[in-house]
Design a protein around this ligand. Structure first.
Ligand code: SAM
Length: 277
């Protein structure tokens, strides 16, 4: 019978955040696949656990998945851990999970710390709906394209960011998304844990003093793309509205239909206004 694949969350700072179940699974599995074996060895030593470790990081994820699947199919139970938090969240994990599912291996989540969730729940921003972006690309053009893409997203936006890139990222956010309310969730669960809530521009003024690990949360856009379109259309006169679609080569019939739809009125009403067109 095949073994089970456990995705085990580990602390993001404070070691007391490991769960009893995570410790039990780490003690009982045959093998632990770790993003950085030296880092995980420190964690295991702290809790008096001794287990064979195999390295499993982004660059060798695919090849190591094959090796691990063979072990699982041979009946071994395997735990995957990352350096901190929940595996698979901006960390290795996705590849082996897909591979395990394809091979009929049972995959079991062992819940625990995750920086984005803990940053969100104390942010003071809307927790009803959120959009996790992960790390923005290090390539400037791709980073800007992503920000343009999420500009009108009304959900709370959550990013991971390295400290040395924070200033440049905040400058791009200010330029593309505007001076929004943001939250920097710094060093969560660690000694210097801090939550900085302010406008992007104010935070940028004090940026030199900010150090450590961060989650960056951004208030969602107050208007969606369709809200903005609707508002802009409502600001047009009927004639301007007609011209707007005419310039896009719509037929008279299509224009009337579209105007009626935009303004949420009956088509005939609009038709009467443009009898002479
Ligand atoms: N898998 C992890 C999780 O569940 O959150 C995330 C790993 S990702 C490689 C590392 C990033 O997570 C950091 O650059 C930072 O943005 C965020 N992060 C991790 N630990 C954090 C902490 N204690 N405080 C604030 N942000 C943290």
């Amino acid at each position: 019978m095949a073994g089970k694949l456990y995705l085990v969350a580990t602390p993001i700072g404070n070691l007391e955040d490991i769960t009893l179940r995570a410790l039990k699974v780490l003690k009982e599995v045959d093998l632990i696949a770790a993003e950085d074996t030296r880092h995980t060895l420190g964690l295991l030593n702290h809790f008096g656990i001794s287990k064979p470790l195999i390295s499993y990081y982004k660059q060798n994820e695919r090849a190591k998945s094959e090796t691990l699947i063979k072990q699982l199919l041979a009946g071994k139970n395997v735990a995957v851990v990352s350096d901190a938090g929940t595996p698979g969240i901006s960390d290795p994990g996705e590849e082996i999970v897909k591979n395990a599912i394809e091979n009929g291996v049972e995959v079991v989540p062992i819940p625990g710390a995750c920086a984005l969730v803990n940053a969100l729940i104390v942010s003071g921003l809307s927790t009803k709906e959120f959009c996790f972006i992960g790390f923005l690309s290090a390539v400037k053009k791709e980073k800007r394209e992503k920000l343009e893409q999420i500009k009108y997203e009304t959900k709370t936006l959550i990013l991971y960011e390295a400290p040395h890139k924070l200033k440049a990222t905040l400058e791009s956010i200010l330029e593309i998304l505007g001076d929004r309310n943001i939250v920097l969730a710094r060093e969560i669960t660690k000694i210097h844990e801090e939550f900085i809530r302010d406008k992007v521009s104010n935070i940028l003024q004090n940026i030199n003093e900010i150090k450590g690990e961060f989650v960056l949360l951004i208030e969602g856009s107050l208007e969606s793309k369709s809200d903005i379109k609707r508002r802009k259309i409502n600001e047009l006169t009927l004639d301007e509205h007609y011209e707007f679609y005419k310039k896009q080569n719509y037929s008279k019939k299509e224009i009337i239909k579209q105007i009626a739809k935009d303004r949420n009125v009956n088509k005939n009403e609009i038709y009467q206004c443009f009898l002479d067109k």
